[in-house]
Design a protein around this ligand. Structure first.
Ligand SMILES: NC(=O)c1ccc[n+]([C@@H]2O[C@H](COP(=O)([O-])OP(=O)(O)OC[C@H]3O[C@@H](n4cnc5c(N)ncnc54)[C@H](O)[C@@H]3O)[C@@H](O)[C@H]2O)c1
Length: 442
């Protein structure tokens, strides 16, 4: 089938590559000429395990093409997938400017029946706006062409995006037209073969489903962080509590890890946008507002622990930071807890020596050259001469370090662990003072 994907970011590129891998003929369109140039030279602009191999294979086979030529894109696909960004507007609502720009582009160049698929995360009612925008543009050109708009929210996780797309837990389709349902079922059939993972509903419910999923996951994280702060103060160990409640199948083990707060390009903006949507329709979303404020506070917890330990004298201290990406297996630093932590450390007059297995270039891009930030090539290099080590992202390679070596590199044997990676008794045996989240403080 002929597919066009607008936006070649985390979602668009993975979608395009995976659909090509299934044998479809895919054209990816982006307005970022530099990104398209890199993709056309076989470079993958993001870190996503497994993506390079399938992009290369399908580009070489001619099934996956990259272009900035929107007209060519519109003329190509029966399916026109919209996977552009929906960043937060100043008031927290989702900024639909990029989505609607694509709708206008499609309306401008469309010459035959097309199915527009919104894969970007968009508030309820966006499909109507997309339809109105295409209608308006067609009218301006005096054209009368039939088209459909379908909601198809994406649930992939950065760091496991290819795997998630290839074997989705579910494919949600919001449509009011049985014909498009069948066409989309055929498009997704290669990925939903094992089980019937195809869930069809009305457009508005589909749009809301994506926000509901992310808000639920963010709620689990903030709930656990709230509990961690209580545990620490009443002398309980949140890690024991986690295992104790996770064993209940109604609760489950996933997304109940306490830590330094959630980040990334989705949870923060999607919770905010849902709060905004709720207020617009006259509902005060108490839980969602608390999820947000608990998370903002949680990003500061580790630095508060450092301030207390150093008796408010962080000025002139050097902190080694392990982990910059908002989670492991990605180089994405959007809304990453590390960014808030770095800002707080700088405000307090501290310097940072940071290491991340893949986000170094991204950090360089964000911060440029600064004398209070050294971006290191290894975890141990970051620890050299630092007054303390802070762990922000739970990368696999941080889980079992050489504690003797670490101790010899640090100025003092001090660990502030924002991800509870270690057994407190073990690190204590190596002579460290170990501050973690929701556990007894030394
Ligand atoms: N990143 C994720 O893990 C994830 C998961 C599920 C859903 N989503 C949602 O998917 C959408 C895209 O997210 P992302 O992380 O891939 O964003 P991204 O910022 O990585 O990529 C967006 C791309 O769209 C391009 N673009 C902007 N305007 C365009 C236009 N008019 N025509 C063509 N391209 C255009 C940009 O240049 C950019 O390359 C968002 O709504 C997001 O909430 C993201």
């Amino acid at each position: 089938m002929k597919v066009t994907v607008f936006g070649s970011g985390y979602v668009g590129l993975v979608t395009g590559a995976c659909l090509a891998e299934a044998g479809n003929d895919v054209v990816c369109v982006d307005i970022d000429a530099r990104k398209i140039e890199r993709l056309n030279h076989g470079e993958i602009p993001i870190h996503e395990p497994g993506l390079d191999v399938i992009v290369k294979r399908n580009a070489e086979a001619g099934r996956l093409q990259f272009t900035t030529d929107a007209k060519r894109g519109v003329e190509h696909g029966l399916f026109q997938i919209i996977a552009v960004g929906t960043p937060p507007d100043e008031d927290g609502s989702a900024d639909l400017r990029y989505v609607l720009a694509v709708a206008r582009t499609i309306g401008t160049h469309m010459s035959r029946y097309s199915i527009l698929i919104t894969k970007s995360t968009v508030p309820v009612g966006t499909a109507d706006k997309v339809r109105a925008e295409v209608d308006k543009t067609l009218r301006e050109h005096g054209a009368q062409i039939e088209f459909d708009v379908v909601s198809n929210p994406e649930f992939l996780k950065e760091g496991a995006a290819v795997q998630d797309f290839m074997k989705p837990d579910r494919v949600v389709i919001g449509t009011d037209n049985p014909r498009t349902t069948e066409l989309l079922r055929a498009l997704y059939e290669p990925f939903t073969r094992n089980h019937d993972r195809f869930i069809v509903m009305d457009i508005r419910s589909s749009e809301l489903t994506k926000y509901a999923a992310n808000a639920m996951l963010a709620t689990k994280i903030s709930f656990m962080n709230e509990l961690a702060n209580i545990a620490e103060r009443v002398g309980a160990d949140i890690e024991k509590v986690r295992v104790g409640i996770g064993s209940d199948p109604r609760i489950g083990y996933s997304f109940i890890y306490p830590g330094a707060g959630y980040g990334g390009s989705c949870f923060p903006k999607d919770v905010q946008a849902l709060v905004r949507s709720a207020r617009e329709v006259g509902h005060q979303p108490e839980i969602l507002s608390a999820v947000e404020s608990v998370n903002a506070r949680q990003k500061e917890v580790l630095v508060q622990k450092m301030r207390r330990h150093f008796a408010e004298q962080l000025a002139g201290k050097t902190i080694a930071l392990w982990g910059l990406a908002f989670k492991p297996n990605t180089d994405d630093m959007r809304e990453a807890p590390a960014r808030r932590i770095i800002d707080l450390l700088w405000q307090a007059g501290a310097r940072v020596r940071a290491y991340d297995p893949v986000a170094r270039d991204e950090a360089q891009r964000i911060y440029g050259e600064r004398e209070d930030l050294v971006l290191c090539k290894s975890a141990y290099e970051a620890a050299e001469g630092a007054d303390a080590l802070a762990i922000i992202t739970e990368w696999q390679e941080f889980r079992s370090p050489d504690f003797e070596r670490l101790k010899s590199l640090l100025k003092s044997a001090l660990i502030f662990d924002g991800r509870n990676l270690y057994d407190p008794a073990l690190v204590k045996r190596f002579g460290f003072k170990y501050f973690a989240i929701g556990r007894a403080q030394p």
